[in-house]
Design a protein around this ligand. Structure first.
Ligand code: ZN
Length: 482
């Protein structure tokens, strides 16, 4: 292990030790603890006794209806067997955990988040550090989000090192994503608001600069390329539009990325840009269309080009949610992810008043309604839908909490709770081309969440996390100490 990896490991250990003091007794009570689960970073080679989760209600992440009284055998990092209770043979020495009354779902997967941008109420280059990112990945995991895709505003080697570290251990969410991403000089992402380091974003003005930016990202090991194509008015008619990326730049990015076998995710807000970018070869539309209803032209383009769509409805809700609903501050599920600074901001009546009276507040309500309507139309038309929130890009987009809000908003839009969960599990894994997760089936990673209640009855059950497992290790839980 090299020096850098050693430092990362010690960071992982520190992060684990900072965890809630409630997790250890809970682990012991559940009988789920092993030496690896209670203190040390777990490396891929760790061998622990098989575990049989018994008498559990199972949502496996697919179209299959929930199944009652199931058993799931975990061996090492993987699921070894799934079946009706009594039908799964467990090897000698297997630990048994009775999950009667609880529901097992696959770990949640975000296709659109950010890391190392925000800490507390502050946005800035100073947050692009391993400890800030590790703290966020721990928080995602506490909320049952076991895989996170950071869509830009990072840079390597730190980002690439952290991705590799998270692939190899089970402490905090697994991490994938985009290195810097491709923005616009004087445009998106707005420099005055997203105050990341100048080296955390490319802003090419020519096709040649755009190709070089893609080549740099690919050489750094980026999983995807990201583009921002938006004037950043966010539905506020009086807002001054920012300059938008030129077609020759986005065309050069797509051509270069595809030549290197890397897919391109695009930030859009408006229908017209969604159509242009899908026509130009975008692989993932990374936000919902929020200016007008989607039409048959976009639907047929999305389907014929086989493009993924990630609505991120909670992004706009987060603009007003905490200002309009101060009672949420008493919600233990929010408290589990709230920094002191952010809590003070939400408690500040002057801050709340300013938000509520801003033109963006009214525009954000409209954006949520339009995003929900469009998501349902695209879902019903059979367009491939992923799951994401833009959590971590702004202080109000709270890692983990945002993903729970997104599930509620997908249901508010008209999906059933299990349809919403399917997007956040098997579909989100498929978007990432990850065949090792997103469903609970033999051979898949043992990444899952144990819920106290049945999410099919009420999606709010996702808040009632009893335990989070990642890579065969009980990593967290309960979310709210009992
Ligand atoms: Zn984003």
């Amino acid at each position: 292990m090299n020096q850098q990896a050693t430092e990362q490991t010690s960071l992982l250990t520190q992060a684990r030790q900072r965890r809630s003091p409630f997790s250890l007794p809970a682990l012991l009570l559940a009988g789920a603890c092993s030496l690896v689960a209670i203190g040390q970073p777990v490396q891929a080679a760790t061998v622990s006794a098989p575990v049989l989760l018994e008498h559990v209600r199972l949502f496996d992440g697919t179209d299959t209806p929930e199944q009652e009284d199931m058993a799931v055998l975990v061996e090492g990092q993987s699921i070894a067997a799934v079946g009706h209770n009594g039908a799964v043979k467990a090897p000698k020495g297997t630990k048994r955990i009775n999950l009667s009354g609880k529901t097992l779902i696959p770990g949640l997967i975000s296709n659109h988040s950010h890391v190392g941008v925000v800490s507390g109420t502050k946005i800035g280059a100073e947050n692009f550090t391993a400890p800030v990112i590790k703290t966020a990945l721990d928080q995602y995991e506490r909320y049952g989000v076991t895989t996170v895709t950071a869509l830009g505003l990072t840079k390597s080697p730190l980002f690439d090192d952290l991705r590799k570290a998270q692939h190899a251990n089970t402490d905090g969410a697994d991490l994938f994503g985009v290195d810097q991403g491709i923005g616009v000089p004087g445009g998106m992402p707005p420099e005055g608001m997203v105050k990341v380091g100048k080296d955390q974003i490319f802003r090419p003005s020519t096709a040649e600069e755009a190709r070089q930016a893609v080549d740099t990202m690919v050489s750094e090991g980026t999983d995807l390329v990201k583009l921002w194509v938006d004037d950043f008015r966010n539905g506020v008619k009086s807002a001054k539009p920012l300059p938008v990326m030129k077609p020759e730049v986005w065309q050069a990015v797509m051509a270069e990325a595809h030549a290197k076998n890397v897919r391109v995710a695009v930030h859009i807000h408006d229908l017209a840009y969604a159509k242009k970018l899908v026509s130009a070869g975008a692989d993932i539309i990374a936000h919902g269309v929020r200016d007008e209803p989607v039409d048959d032209e976009l639907i047929s383009l999305m389907k014929s080009h086989n493009v993924w769509y990630v609505p991120t409805i909670s992004l706009d809700e987060a603009t007003y949610l905490f200002a309009e609903q101060p009672a949420l501050l008493n919600d233990p599920v929010l408290k589990a992810g709230l920094s002191g600074d952010l809590s003070r901001q939400f408690s500040d009546a002057a801050w709340r008043d300013k938000i509520v009276k801003s033109p963006l507040d009214a525009a954000s309500h409209k954006a949520v309604a339009m995003n929900e309507q469009n998501l349902l139309a695209l879902y019903k038309a059979g367009v491939k839908i992923g799951f994401g929130t833009d959590s971590g890009a702004a202080p109000v987009r709270i890692p983990g909490f945002a993903e729970h809000r997104e599930l509620r908003l997908l249901v508010e839009a008209g999906l059933t709770p299990l349809q919403a969960l399917r997007l956040a599990t098997s579909q989100a894994a498929a978007l990432l081309n990850l065949s090792d997760r997103g469903v609970i089936a033999p051979g898949k990673r043992a990444d899952f969440v144990v819920l106290e209640a049945d999410p099919a009855q009420n999606i709010a059950a996702v808040d009632q996390i009893s335990a989070v497992w990642r890579g065969g290790v009980r990593a967290d839980g309960p979310l709210v100490p009992r």
